[in-house]
Design a protein around this ligand. Structure first.
Ligand code: SF4
Length: 357
């Protein structure tokens, strides 16, 4: 029988009549009120675009603006955050805190001192900024970056969002990710237990992936000990290779009923402690090509919850603990590709990004 002393706050949702460990409720418990993310484009590029590991980028990503000549725009980071905060305050009466969300491109792909400066600027801009969310690739977190983030996490809430997408290399190749699942395993095994949260970004509906393969990805969330997950349906936007394939009729997107069932199956298999940050993905209507059903987010969410009720299950109902607990997994050597490390760690070279005041 559990006592208060060993109660895990990440399981509080189970006593609140919820069906899943939803992010909004988690943040409310953690920070004592509504906490909103404010998205920031700091001007980073991506090693899958500038040629460090590949060119062209992922097939679903509109990366046309991620040119190698981009600049980290320090002043604009402050301006974007301030205007995002003002806009959220205008929309909601009471907001307890803000999370600065470094979202587009690869937000750990710059000399580590520059990264630290940008992140510290965001954290110190407003008393209500309680933390950061940093979106990145699994092959772009050398030890220097993880140590720097670990330092920030001693004072603030930090979530590192890894683009895992799928555990199947065939699917990663189809997306032109230019990294393997082994890179993801290496990154999370070096990231876990360092005081910041590790979130896995997953895509369901990758062409060629069976239901069983997607469930293998679900099982890996518990095996690798992620703290959080963001689940997206595959969707196609204008100006991307995937978008063109969908327009040409070469790719078919998952249908809505199939997605609802697959998400519920997925959530049943992940640990109850894992915070669920998203259960679908979408894009602005003018950019989205397919599927259109993902635009009705709140109805989709209600249908996912109805399916849980119909089954009499909830998140974690079918979770099977791995043979080796994540905390007992060995910490591997850093496998960050040299071409990426060169941009982040080598001094005396022209950095991939120039810093602008
Ligand atoms: S790794 Fe991320 S930023 Fe880079 S091309 Fe892929 S989705 Fe876009």
């Amino acid at each position: 029988m559990s006592s208060t002393a060993d109660f895990d706050p990440r399981l509080a949702w189970q006593q609140e009549d919820l069906l899943l460990n939803s992010f909004g409720a988690f943040l409310k418990r953690k920070f004592g009120g509504r906490t909103q993310r404010v998205s920031i484009d700091a001007g980073f590029t991506c090693p899958n675009v500038d040629g460090a590991v590949a060119k062209g980028g992922c097939n679903f990503c509109d990366n046309r603006s991620f040119s190698p000549s981009r600049r980290v725009r320090l002043r604009q980071v402050g301006e974007q955050l301030e205007s995002g905060i003002t806009s959220v305050r205008g929309r909601y009466n009471k907001v307890t805190g803000f999370i600065a969300y470094f979202q587009p491109a690869t937000n750990t792909y710059a000399p580590v001192e520059q990264l630290q400066e940008v992140f510290q600027l965001a954290l110190s801009l407003d008393d209500q900024v309680v933390g950061l969310a940093i979106g990145t690739r699994p092959d772009c977190v050398p030890e220097s970056v993880l140590s720097m983030i670990e330092g920030l996490a001693r004072e603030s809430y930090i979530s590192v969002e890894y683009g895992m997408q799928t555990i199947h290399d065939k699917g990663l190749d189809w997306m032109n990710r230019a990294h393997s699942h082994a890179d993801m395993v290496n990154a999370i095994d070096r990231s876990r237990g360092r005081g910041f949260e590790c979130c896995a970004h997953v895509i369901l509906g990758v062409p060629g992936e069976t239901h069983a393969m997607m469930m293998e990805t679900a099982n890996e969330i518990g095996v690798l000990g992620f703290d959080a997950v963001k689940i997206h349906n595959l969707y196609a936007v204008r100006g991307t290779p995937l978008g063109q394939q969908v327009i040409d009729g070469d790719i078919k997107m998952m249908d809505r009923d199939d997605y609802v069932n697959t998400v519920v199956d997925f959530l049943e298999r992940i640990p109850p402690e894992v915070v669920v940050e998203r259960i679908s993905g979408d894009a602005p209507p003018s950019f989205l090509i397919e599927p259109k059903w993902c635009l009705e987010k709140s109805i989709l969410r209600l249908d996912i919850e109805s399916e849980f009720r119909r089954r009499g299950t909830r998140q974690g109902s079918h979770f099977v603990a791995p043979g080796v607990a994540p905390a007992d997994r060995a910490v591997p050597m850093d496998s960050t590709p040299q071409a990426i490390r060169d941009q982040i760690e080598m001094r005396g070279r022209l950095p991939v990004l120039k810093m602008e005041g």
